[in-house]
Design a protein around this ligand. Sequence first.
Ligand code: SF4
Ligand SMILES: [Zn+2]
Length: 361
Amino acid sequence: MDKVLTKAVNIMRSKDDCKVGQDVNAIIIETGGDIYQIYIPSKGCKYACIMCNYGFNHPIREKEILKALDVICYRLNPSAQTIILEASGSFLDDREIPRELQEKIISRVAKTNVPRVQIETHYKTITEERLVSIKRILEGKEVGVELGLESTNPEVIQIYNKDIDLQGLLDTIWLCDRHGIEVSLNVMLGAPLLTIQERMEDSINSVNWILQKCPKSTTIVLFPLNIKKYTLIRYLYEMGRYEAVYDWEFIEVLSKLPKEALSRIYISWWGNRCNEFHGEEAIIKPIHCDDCHDKLMKFYNSFVKSETSADKARLISDISTICCKCKDEFEMRRNRQGKGEKSYPKRLEKEKNRLRTELGV
Ligand code: SF4
Ligand SMILES: [Zn+2]
């Protein structure tokens, strides 16, 4: 992680009074397609990615969490197919959630009828010993892990300030595969300091990289960057140095992915997620206008429910034919930007210099 970016991220996170979420308990979030996320408020992520505000410092209240979890599991929709366990960072990080509590939570979920359990965590928290233990607790269920990646371009990974070594990540993915654990990788659309065209290509290249190098069971969750409060990306946006992602940009990326692989591609954060701070929505979602809102939402909802590549390809093809003024606006913005100047590392250096001056980092 870069020192300047990390300091800048921490300044943005510290603008919140840190009281947010301190009384949050385990909660369940329905994300569509019979998938449910169970969020466990944790100590907060030790990393400092520039689009993320997971710097909370929730006190871990084991008793309350387990009590809330009991209610969640008892009331779980019988049609639920997948439970995703997530924390304010990495579920398997012992610093965030003590190991014993992690195991109690997994054991509780093991007693539900849901056929599939997925754990969201940083790839560095995964070891062979952990995989064996989790598989044992969840015997009889399909087990998966969801890992943040965002981009497979090392220069873009640096811009996001992510702590990822691609070879290390690949080794972990193949380790999971050997243990019969499916991996789902998050890929983001909307890298800062890149032009709209470049960031679209970055997402497409990242998906193709995964398709070429990872086991066939690996799935991909593609999502447009949501601009969250208390993040460095929000600061860049407010300073006029970051452009929000358009829905039509996201759809164009989907349309350029290999059609035969669409069954392995899922979407998230397409405008269906909220991130409340102090009772107020704290994210700027992808941009579209009122005229196409209903059509876009219908498309996304149908996409998450579709399973085959052919169905997904048909939905993308149908939505792509729609004309709208916000789609024209997106095209105009993209064309106006033209080609990006300078290499990505040079752009990052320039941005860091600005942050040094503006924030004193
Ligand atoms: S994106 Fe993931 S790794 Fe990065 S700060 Fe947020 S929770 Fe941590
Ligand atoms: Zn529109």
